[in-house]
Design a protein around this ligand. Sequence first.
Ligand code: SF4
Ligand code: SF4
Length: 369
Amino acid sequence: MAEETLERMISSYMSTEQPVYSFGWQGGEPTLMGASFFRLVTELQRRHGRPGVAVSNGLQTNGTLITDEMAAHLAEFKFLVGVSVDGPADLHDRFRMNAAGAGTHASVMRGIEILRRHSVDFNTLTLVTQANARRGAEVYDWLVAQGFLYHQYIPCVEFMDDGSLASFSLDGESWGRFLCDLFDAWYTHDTRRVSIRLFDSLLHKIVDDRNVVCHLGRDCRQYFVVEHDGGIYPCDFFVRSDLRLGGVADTTWEQALDSQLYRAFGLAKCGWNERCRSCKWLGLCSGDCLKHRPGAPEAPANLSVLCTGLKMFFEHAAPRLNALADAIRTDRRREEELLRPAQSQAGRNDLCPCGSGRKFKKCCGRRNA
Ligand code: SF4
Ligand code: SF4
């Protein structure tokens, strides 16, 4: 991305009103841009942000090009880094090879060591393919044994030109079996120690009725993707010329947001298949991501290729997810009871006794008003 495009993107976004300005840096491989690019990013955010605004930066990387210089900058500006690692070396190296055809596991682990040395917050992102799908518990145990406690698992679903699934893609049953094994491994000891994004997100949904990941929601208007040339698109899985919403040089964010194209894309999410409409899991699943429905967004009513596995997982895990949701509600009630005496003494402008760091009147005080 050229500097002019970068500045235009950051300045136009930061002139809108947001509670938090959220940037996610993804590629390709964004670290190819080097440390100087990310120094420029934070400088532009400082230059164009009003004093005191909150900015969050996420960076998704394969980890192989992390340097001390880059890690020091990521730590200073509190980037949250996602590192792609698909399990132990034999599983990871099956598909994640460098240009010379050699496995990259060792260089990923080196990159993680550098992040750790600089105390950069990171989580792991594990792509689930036919190579590791039958080894869910083993992958999980290996990640935990490395001290990685924040996990994301992404199903690898790719279609060929004729609409069939690619050979390395997951089918629904493999995804379901993987999720069940993963859930059992996590549930036994680790529900309060290890964060698995999908499980956490389902708990958010059950307890607070909030969708913290897009595929559990009912509308795909969740974010914008800006390509290197400034083109704006609705989703990183759908960077297609016919879905281009405009460009940062000549389109305002309001125009992109209000466009008919974006609206139609967003609403395709709940253009469900008949089976979804009568499915008892629709409240949790929302028909799955459009990317997993062949022919979507034009044909959103095609069933997700992962449907069988999603049903298998929900049947398997729902009673225990509900038990965890009950435990969270109980914990919250206890915390509220413990806080009540301190809250009754707190002044409106005091720091909130709940430890949020906000003023009482803007935190629990507002809720109690
Ligand atoms: S298509 Fe999938 S990834 Fe894209 S916004 Fe919709 S749910 Fe999210
Ligand atoms: S489990 Fe299958 S049928 Fe049910 S909502 Fe999800 S995709 Fe639709």
